[in-house]
Design a protein around this ligand. Structure first.
Ligand code: C2E
Ligand code: CA
Ligand code: CA
Length: 714
């Protein structure tokens, strides 16, 4: 037996008994006042309320102004007799005429027929037997009540149906559909058809039954339910119907149905636009904040909430390789991996913690996992490490293997605040903190972070000051010919000896300068120093040896970069073939960019272009042919593992072979051993740069360094 049926049948009596109890009102019409008095006494005793009228005219007037439950009318009266009175009342009241009983002294068939013709429903003979009269009145009144209720319910049904333009069902006291109108066009009909003979609760989506039963119960007690939504959120077959139950009397109910599917879908589209990432279908920043907000007031001190924010490195660079659709496919894969670790079941199994989670995409290359639950801060590091592990594994897109690097910033309520916006911001700050080490990719915002931020602010202040005062200086690292080990070039490398902090590595201050907009000033300082050095070297033994200058993408993109450089060259009277510009391959990605346009211009001025750290930036050798490039610098990671990792050897070999075919010179960076040098020489590498042939040194030490290396290698 279904629980809904028990409820329906047990409550249906309540529906039938809900009529209000009051004393029936009877009009007694007689010209004989004694009779009227006797009738009033007898009927009052039997529980009726009695109103008297002495003639037909006043009876008619009273009938029009009151709703009587019955009337007892004397047949023989002066002026307007009982028959005429009956007729007049019937005409006046129509369908609402109460039962009329004619009292007559004449017990003949003709009078009885006349009484019925006049509209009476029964008759009593005089002298009246009060018991019989009372019995008849009770029976007639009850059937009149029933008739009135039926008429009212018919009227109500008609009203409800005409007011609702939509569909409706007539249901019996067990919610079984007795008739269905206008349901054919409902979007629910395909999966959940409403058919005559079915119990409504059996033919709606199961998760909507409790609300629907609640509404049904409310209708049973108060005659009408509030609106209740019957929805199916399955995107393949969505519908949203609003259903209102109205009791119609006699244990019946009507269900008025309105279709809100169109509105729902439109709202959902708006919601999706405002809250969801279109590519991956997960929420965006606003969605994440909304989600976290529901936990921000929790008073329970064990309740933590957190944001694990993830930025993927070099995301845009992949667009050239994979195209837009490839990038989108990658984003979907990344989200799937994040959802896998963020699954509460996975968290319980692998970390023995309970957390609710939400994965979001905050930007093209940025994701976040929000967590809420009773977990300690320490868990977040392990959790983030697992997420990172998964994220860094190779992806396969259109038969291409892709790998990414990523950084993670974490902020949680215990360390920071429960405010979702602040959590997001602090996680972002943590994510962007300068690397403590190359392998450290996960940062948790804590008290130390605040100290670190302060240190970073100090560092920025000192750097700004020292750039302004020009106290940074250059070191020069020799580049030598791979066969003869003759000095063929130098790379200018910045050195910063900060008064407060001592030597700061370029790996620290270059990214900082980039982040705080100091890069152009820094580059200008480098150019100034190098040009001054070239002038100073004129006439010395290194006169005529070209110097490579590292130029960042942001500086190279500046519109007046080439003009400024050319002007400075001219002012210093330096030949352009003494200058080489080193750029990283990432700036070559967009061949229509301002940076590439500037490279073309530099080349037109006779300045050589060198691609730094080649092989790390995922760019392909094939596009090099069309770009303004003269030199490729094999990244030192390949050089250093050239004997340990066959892949490094293969990459170095490929760069040298293809580079040569394109007419480029190849420099190997980071050569630290004689074996590395010999292997590279064998592979046909043109130029060697590294600690083995010379460390970066200040200008005056340069010549001596190069000479020593030459002797060692010989
Ligand atoms: P980079 O352009 O790849 O410079 C080569 C780096 O490798 C230098 O580090 C150099 O000291 C180091 N190196 C050279 N030979 C060896 C070797 O045999 N073994 C090892 N382990 N390292 C070697 P440095 O001077 O610390 O510079 C780091 C990075 O900072 C540079 O990498 C470059 O990207 C940037 N940088 C340095 N000076 C400048 C500059 O004037 N402007 C710009 N934009 N960036 C600069
Ligand atoms: Ca370089
Ligand atoms: Ca390099």
């Amino acid at each position: 037996m279904k629980p809904n049926q028990i409820l329906v049948s047990s409550d249906s009596d309540a529906l039938a008994n809900s009529r209000t109890q009051r004393q029936p009102l009877v009009l007694v019409v007689d010209d004989d006042s004694t009779y009227r008095t006797l009738a009033t006494m007898a009927l009052s005793k039997a529980g009726f309320e009695v109103v008297e009228a002495a003639d037909g005219g006043s009876a008619l007037a009273l009938a029009q102004s009151h709703d009587f439950d019955a009337m007892v009318i004397d047949a023989k009266m002066p002026v307007m007799d009982g028959f005429e009175t009956c007729k007049a009342i019937c005409e006046a009241k129509g369908a609402m005429t109460p039962p009329l009983i004619l009292s007559t002294g004449l017990n003949d068939d003709a009078s009885i027929n006349r009484a019925f013709d006049a509209g009476a429903v029964d008759y009593v003979t005089k002298p009246l037997n009060w018991r019989i009269l009372v019995g008849k009145l009770k029976a007639l009144i009850e059937s009149f009540e029933t008739k009135k209720a039926a008429q009212q319910s018919d009227k109500k049904i008609t009203q409800i149906i005409s007011a609702s333009s939509g569909a409706h069902l007539i249901l019996n006291h067990e919610a079984v559909i007795g008739s269905a109108e206008g349901t054919q066009s409902l979007p629910s009909q395909r999966r959940y058809p409403l058919r005559v003979g079915d119990c409504l609760f059996d033919v709606v989506p199961a998760d909507t039954v409790p609300a629907l039963l609640g509404a049904w119960k409310k209708m049973l007690t108060s005659g009408e339910s509030g609106p209740v939504l019957v929805a199916n959120h399955d995107p393949k077959d969505p519908f949203v119907l609003e259903l209102v139950f109205v009791a119609t009397g006699q244990g019946q109910a009507i269900a008025v149905i309105k279709d809100f599917t169109g509105t729902y879908l439109a709202e959902q589209r708006i919601y999706n636009l405002a809250y969801l990432d279109r590519t991956t279908g997960v929420g965006n920043r606003a969605h994440l904040i909304d989600w976290l907000n529901q936990f921000s007031d929790a008073a329970d001190p064990d309740q933590n909430s957190a944001v694990v924010r993830i930025r993927v490195s070099r995301w845009q660079e992949q667009e050239l390789r994979l195209g837009r659709s490839g990038l989108d496919a990658l984003a979907v894969m990344m989200v799937k991996r994040l959802q896998q670790v963020a699954d509460p079941g996975y968290i319980r199994e692998h970390f023995s913690h309970t957390a609710q989670t939400r994965v979001s995409r905050l930007a093209e290359d940025e994701y976040a996992i929000a967590l809420a639950g009773a977990f300690p801060t320490g868990f977040l590091n392990d959790f983030a490490a697992r997420a990172l592990d998964l994220l860094l594994q190779a992806y396969e897109v259109d038969a291409t293997h892709v790998r990414f690097d990523a950084r993670i910033g974490i902020a949680d309520r215990f360390q920071v605040t429960a405010n979702p916006v602040e959590l997001l911001n602090c996680a972002s700050v943590a994510m962007k903190l300068p690397n403590a080490s190359q392998t450290d990719r996960i940062y948790l915002f804590n008290q130390q972070t605040r100290t670190q931020l302060k240190q970073q602010a100090d560092l920025e202040r000192y750097l700004r000051r020292d750039i302004e005062q020009g106290v940074l200086h250059m070191a020069y690292q020799p580049k030598v010919d791979a066969s003869s080990l003759q000095l063929v070039g130098m790379e200018a490398l910045l050195r910063w000896n900060c008064q407060e902090l001592g030597n700061v590595s370029p790996g620290t201050f270059i990214p900082l300068a980039e982040a705080c907009g100091l890069m152009s000033d820094l580059s200008a300082l480098v150019i100034k120093k190098v040009f001054a050095q070239l002038v100073a070297w004129q006439g010395s033994s290194v006169d005529g040896i070209p110097v490579a200058i590292n130029i960042s993408g942001s500086h190279l993109s500046a519109t007046d970069f080439v003009c400024d450089l050319a002007r400075q060259l001219e002012c210093s009277n330096i030949s352009p073939d003494l200058i080489e510009i080193e750029v990283t391959e990432s700036i070559m990605i967009d061949s229509a960019s301002c940076a590439v346009a500037n490279l073309h211009k530099l080349r037109a001025h006779g300045i050589k272009i060198s691609v730094d750290d080649f092989g790390t930036g995922y760019s392909s050798l094939s596009y090099l042919g069309s770009l303004p490039v003269d030199v490729l610098k094999i990244d030192r990671s390949f050089v250093q593992s050239i004997h340990e990792d066959p892949k490094s050897l293969a990459i170095a070999k490929a760069i040298i072979t293809v580079g040569h075919e394109l007419g480029l010179k190849i420099v190997a960076e980071g050569v630290e051993t004689k074996d590395q040098l010999l292997t590279l020489r064998e592979l046909g590498c043109d130029i060697i740069q590294g600690f083995f042939t010379g460390r970066p040194v200040v200008a005056r030490e340069l010549l001596q360094e190069a000479r020593v290396a030459q002797q060692v290698a010989a």
